[in-house]
Design a protein around this ligand. Structure first.
Ligand code: ATP
Ligand code: MG
Length: 632
């Protein structure tokens, strides 16, 4: 472990030296005068005085040596469209988009809200903003009008870029009513919506604020728009957190620090090299999409694969066939997708030639042990769990195979990543936890390059929310709860909200979920705490069975419930045993695959779960209601 340990120690003890070296990975139009400005904690500024541009580094810089290499491969199983863009093509498209945006008043520092499905124009639009020094704010295409309006009012964009429609699982989602309603609701609606017409929607957006992209693109076909050189700490984008735990926060990121952090992560965490092909199956509306569909692979001179569709249409072999077809070397997705694929015929995986694939990366939510074990065995390749947040922009826990290929431990996303002074602390005293002792995952000052600079327009909220919640210590709180072993491996036990107190014992819902999911009959589980007159709180488990028939009659359900309870008793002790195990067909999740535990807990206590704009399938709520009602 010594290589990793030395590397990490050096990054924390001498951040200036460490990051000065890493900064050489990108082009600086003007060199920086200082690596780090720590004069105003908890704010940190990286590469002060240096001037650079994200679009230049992601696109223009590669023209000399890889103009004819694919930069972007686009596959939509929703529309059957497949397109390839070389770096030269990408450069031309980004210039066209940038010229169109300029003609609509987009300037340095102005915000552009991007509300698009997974189409190449989304990439062009983000890079065009970067080129112009404008600030993009991508809003996930699945959000409804009120969420969109709230983000318009927070970011106050000068332009919205949208499309006629999205598509998901074979269904066309008409954007016109959503955009119309959001424009009407918002106080700060911009004058124009630039419309990418995919000719998918049954109706056309007709409002007078609509500007069609295609004719403007033709008009600016030969445009050459110079990159605007930004000071390293000028903003690149605003991205709102998923809102799993409440009102989304507008995470603001810089330019230089982000570019350096991503470029370094490509080597040390992802082992990606120029010329490699990476497939990140996420959405451009999430941070994984920003960092690992777009910026990091392009900064590294790789080919990125952008995919519109689900992992199981036309069938569960589609992703594996893409690996074969495009010679994908690195793949990145969320555990939820793997759980979906696990239910498919394993022959679909085996029949594709996966020899190009080196590593599968998973992030976004806990990777349960059975899923981790299944996929690593099925693929026969390393599976690298990595833990991070919208706020950090890149992983903070992972096995950093490009530094040292430490062994994986099932259930743990690994060890602290270089640059992150990651420590577990008692939530009551803020003191450091001993090995094996549960605590809040915190980061010391300064956060490394690439992390959030502040909450957009609200420095006070940044300080108060993130830096003042651990008593007695000015450290950044992740609001996640975990435990670290003697070798430094951290296991995530859930969000601090998800910690429940059963008769004075503090338990992470994730621990109980892990125990339950080790039972062979269980496909998925959510555990929540509900008020209990005797014990303070009690754990309730909602289980999706691998085979629903195994709890079809009350007798079988009872037997299975007892068997699951016994599994928890064995692994964690009777104190953690759920008061009830309810069987449901579906769990309430966000569109990004995160369990909506707060909503489940509210339903279990008979409360209103509130507005859930990000929910994947609202019928899951009724499942929970029915399960609880049926049991009482
Ligand atoms: P909000 O902060 O608005 O409630 P969110 O936390 O769901 O939304 P994200 O930034 O998308 O928004 O999610 C980050 C969170 O996802 C982490 O704080 C952690 O709880 C969880 N997470 C991410 N990766 C992992 C992982 N590898 N293992 C366990 N949990 C993970
Ligand atoms: Mg969060």
């Amino acid at each position: 472990m010594s290589r990793y340990r030395d590397f990490h120690r050096e990054s924390i003890a001498h951040p200036e030296d460490f990051w000065r070296r890493e900064a050489a990975r990108i082009h600086w139009e003007t060199p920086f005068d200082a690596v780090l400005d720590r004069s105003n904690p908890p704010f940190a500024r990286w590469f002060c005085g240096g001037r650079t541009n994200l679009c230049f580094n992601a696109v223009d810089r590669h023209l000399a040596s890889r103009a004819a290499q694919n930069a972007l491969v686009y596959v939509s199983t929703e529309t059957g469209i497949e397109r390839r863009y070389t770096y030269a093509d990408l450069h031309a498209e980004v210039n066209r988009m940038a010229a169109v945006m300029q003609s609509l008043g987009v300037t340095r520092g102005a915000r552009v809200l991007i509300y698009l499905p997974m189409i190449p124009e989304a990439v062009f639009a983000m890079l065009a903003c970067a080129r112009l020094g404008a600030i993009h704010s991508v809003v996930f295409g699945g959000f409804a009008a009120p969420s969109l309006a709230a983000r318009i009012d927070d970011a106050k964009p000068v332009l919205i870029v949208s499309a006629d429609a999205g598509a998901r699982g074979g269904k066309v989602i008409d954007y016109a009513p959503l955009v119309d309603e959001a424009m009407a609701r918002a106080q700060h609606a911009p004058p124009h919506v630039l419309l990418i017409d995919r000719q998918l929607a049954p109706t056309r957006l007709k409002a007078n604020y609509i500007v069609d992209y295609e004719p403007l693109r033709e008009q600016h076909y030969e445009a050459q728009v110079p990159c605007v050189w930004l000071e390293s700490n000028e903003p690149s984008y605003i991205l709102y957190t998923s809102g799993t735990t409440g009102k989304p926060k507008g995470v603001l990121r810089d330019v230089g620090g982000y570019a350096v952090a991503l470029a370094a992560s490509m080597e040390y965490i992802f082992e990606g090299r120029a010329g490699d092909t990476m497939f990140t199956a996420s959405d451009i509306g999430w941070v994984v999409g920003h960092s690992y569909i777009i910026y990091a692979p392009l900064l590294a001179g790789m080919t990125t694969v952008m995919y519109e569709g689900t992992p199981i249409r036309p069938d569960g072999g589609i992703w594996w066939r893409l690996v074969e077809q495009f010679g994908i070397n690195l793949m990145f997705t969320a555990p939820t997708a793997i759980r979906v694929l696990k239910k498919q015929d394993p022959a679909l995986l085996r029949s594709a030639d996966l020899s190009s694939l080196r590593t599968l990366f998973l992030a976004g939510e806990p990777l349960d042990e059975p899923t981790a074990a299944w996929i690593s065995q099925a693929l026969g390749k390393p599976v690298v769990d990595n833990y991070w947040q919208t706020e950090t922009g890149w992983p903070m826990l992972a096995i950093q195979r490009g530094v040292e290929a430490l062994p994986q431990k099932l259930g743990s996303p690994g060890v602290p990543v270089y640059g992150y002074d990651l420590k577990l602390r008692s939530e009551h005293t803020g003191e450091l936890c001993a090995a094996g002792e549960k605590g809040v995952i915190t980061l010391g000052y300064p956060l490394p390059p690439g992390c959030m600079q502040t909450v957009w327009g609200d420095d006070a909220r940044f300080v108060k929310t993130y830096w003042e919640s651990v008593p007695g210590h000015e450290v950044y709180s992740t609001f996640d709860w975990g435990v670290q072993d003697a070798e430094g491996y951290v296991t995530i036990l859930g969000r601090t909200d998800d910690v429940i107190n059963v008769a004075g014992h503090r338990l992470g819902t994730r621990e109980i979920e892990e125990a339950i999911s080790s039972h062979a009959a269980v496909a998925e589980v959510a555990v929540v705490g509900v008020n209990d007159a005797v014990k303070g709180q009690a754990a309730l488990a909602f289980v999706v069975l691998r085979d629903a028939a195994s709890a079809a009659d009350p007798q079988a359900a009872q037997t299975l419930e007892a068997a699951i309870a016994a599994t928890v008793d064995r692994q964690l002790g009777a104190i953690a045993r759920p008061a009830r195990v309810h069987f449901v067909a579906l769990l309430p999740k966000t569109r990004s695959g995160k369990l909506l535990r707060r909503a489940i807990a509210a339903l279990a206590e008979g409360r209103d779960p509130g507005d859930l704009p990000t929910i994947e399938d609202p019928s899951a709520l009724q499942q929970v209601r029915d399960a609880v009602a049926g049991a009482s």
